[in-house]
Design a protein. Sequence first.
Length: 511
Amino acid sequence: MADPKGFLTTSRQEAPRRPVGERVHDWDEVYVPGGLLPIVEAQADRCMDCGIPFCHEACPLGNLIPEWNDLVSRDDWQAASERLHATNNFPEFTGRLCPAPCEAGCVLAINQPAVTIKNVEVAIADRAWDEGFVSAQPPERHSGLTVAVVGSGPAGLAAAQQLTRAGHTVAVYERDDRPGGLLRYGIPAFKMEKRQLDRRLDQLTKEGVRFRTSTEVGRDIEAAVLRSRYDAVIVATGATQWRELDVPGRELAGVEQAMKYLPWTNRTYEKNGNGSGNGNGNGENTPQSPLTATGKHVVIVGGGDTGADCLGTAVREQAASVTQLDIYDRPGEARDEDAEPWPTYPKLYRLSAAHEEAGELRTAPAADVDADARLFAASTLRFTGDAAGHVRALHLVEVDAARRPLPGTGRALPADLVLLALGFHGPERQAGGLIDQLGLGLDERGRLARDAAFATGVPGVFVAGDAGRGASLVVWAIAEGRAAAAAVDRWLTGRTRLPEPIGAHDRPMTV
């Protein structure tokens, strides 16, 4: 390490965010452009280069974190980029979207604030693009073998890139009009501008990956036909089967799934030039989404990342009010060493950019909500509406740690739009669709069944990403794509040189 005392002399400093009053009026990323450059080398110097770097184990990609921290601290950005890309196809995605389990596993985090690994990662990725260190890497020779990848999210894209670089001909099938999966239409641009995705897609195209958009396998093309055309198939459709909330009033208009709302707003603002790093975000000449939050009282049911994305989106759409409900108690601000010891990823009270915005703007109408517009330990009882059948109120009750209602705590919140962000439980299962046509099995949790080598019971058909793992993190999706690509390469050729960062049944570190 460049400075052996850096972790003692330098305090943790994170990437600065733009002022709330500025950023809520556009769809650009929330961070100050170039704000990392003045601080990132000193932050990388905080890495202890410890003998056993648990950050490697906490990261499913096995990122070589101490190595590229040291290279950044020495101002060798090209070498840092090479080491970063050696294990991660899309570090600008993980550097922006991953909750950084690597930082929870940082040895320094035992008794000090962890190294800002995520910030260093995104700084390297952005510098690599700015300096031209990233380029297409087409294979020197082709194998003559073909692979179809169904789904163009991070798992599908990672698998496609790895297999293409190994010399196989790869086609990616995507049911939406543009590739990217949830990276395209599920993640708001203020978290990751779409240009980050588009330039990676351009790189993959130059390497030889072929994209077949607006094509749903199982509807626009029969799965059996697809299987007959290709030597192998990877199903990477994600876990987009959302959870429902079975309470009275669910049928009212205005009670919608979050993953109907977010794609609509993403499509709307991207189509009109907003949300791609150059839009004004004011909605001028923008066709109105049927689920717009503008001028409405919005309640988001669910305390996870999808709910926070809805919160930030509704704030930018100038909702009359926004409240987010979380059924769990408010987490503590420090790790519980007995329940969640280092180096596991702890459940802590974290303030996302969206929560910071909602708190500063005081978007929640209830007097006893948390300062960031969240209402913890709250369970939805029912919805009530007007004579026209449109929702107007959400009725809730406070609960204890076992989710039992507390007497006398019932109340109602005004609600013109309710967004259900309750998570997902496996891939979508349309009758007669892809899963049925291929004859794929499901496990007890509704995920596509597969063996340790990512293979299904159908010869030549493999599963990667959330479709087999269940809803997880972007870093796990990329790791799955890389590992599944190695499994497919071995099945096709009898051997592989592709990296295999994880196994199909590996799980994050837990107690």
